[in-house]
Design a protein around this ligand. Sequence first.
Ligand code: BDR
Ligand code: CA
Length: 308
Amino acid sequence: MTAIIIDTDPGQDDAVAILLALAERERLDLRMIGAVAGNVPVRQAALNVLRVCDLAGRPDVPVHAGAASPLLFELETAEFVCGPDGLAGADLPETDRAPTRGHAVEAMVSVLRAAAPASVTLCALGPLTNLALAFRLAPDAMAAVERIVLMGGALGLGNMTPAAEFNAYVDPHAAAVVFGAGLPIVMFNLHTTHQAVPDAADLEAIRAVGNAASRAVLGMMTRPRAGGLGTAGHPMHDPLVIAWLLWPELFQGRDCSVEVETSAGPLRGRTTIDWNNRLKRPPNAFVADRVDARGFFAQLAGSLAKLR
Ligand code: BDR
Ligand code: CA
């Protein structure tokens, strides 16, 4: 059993990642979900987490709202990709629940302080603001972190700007704190997540599951594109974070040194990944560069079948 905390800004691909984690409850011990401002403002992100947990019949999962803005920059959201409520295509009802009391950063620190050393995996699916605040607020709590598995950054072109991927762009200062924390990191960047686009057979396998969760996922994966970030189809960026914990054999990559650009100029949020070790710096992340996409979507369909 792997103990995890999810930090997230749903976002369709975040929602699929959460459903995957909820479906695999026999293997993943989900201690809490923190919401962070990113794709949508933090209040909407928290409500979206609750809607996804409602869909899965999991009102027991603590869902805390966290940071409403990045550490230094103004918040920039991505409704132009995700739709006005962040979950276009899912066709989910509003929730009648409210987030659990207490800020996500304080809740994360509490969960970590109660855990054994190196026993909890942080799954970061949005800007890294909550994680950075937790590390600064309570450095002692970091001892409980086994690793951070995150979606963010780009080996090549960005999607928010030519240089930067969305999560790293929105809060590069937080990303710099996390990459500098000295904790083990597994990084899913755009080069890898752009391989995780469902094809017709993948969509048919998800359609064939035939439950409410699979219908919501199918709706999000097939919704009409409204603008977007310059990619074909709907890449399932964030679910790869959860998939790596469940099926690491689907992935390839290598240890690299990663540096985050925090200036406000055109390189804001650029993640310089030293793939060929030109700089001879100690690696600070395992950077995945390949995913077996067909294998991933087959596993995802199998997991969704465990939900209702
Ligand atoms: C990342 O940005 C968000 O829009 C997605 O949810 C994902 O976390 C991809 O750049
Ligand atoms: Ca996200």
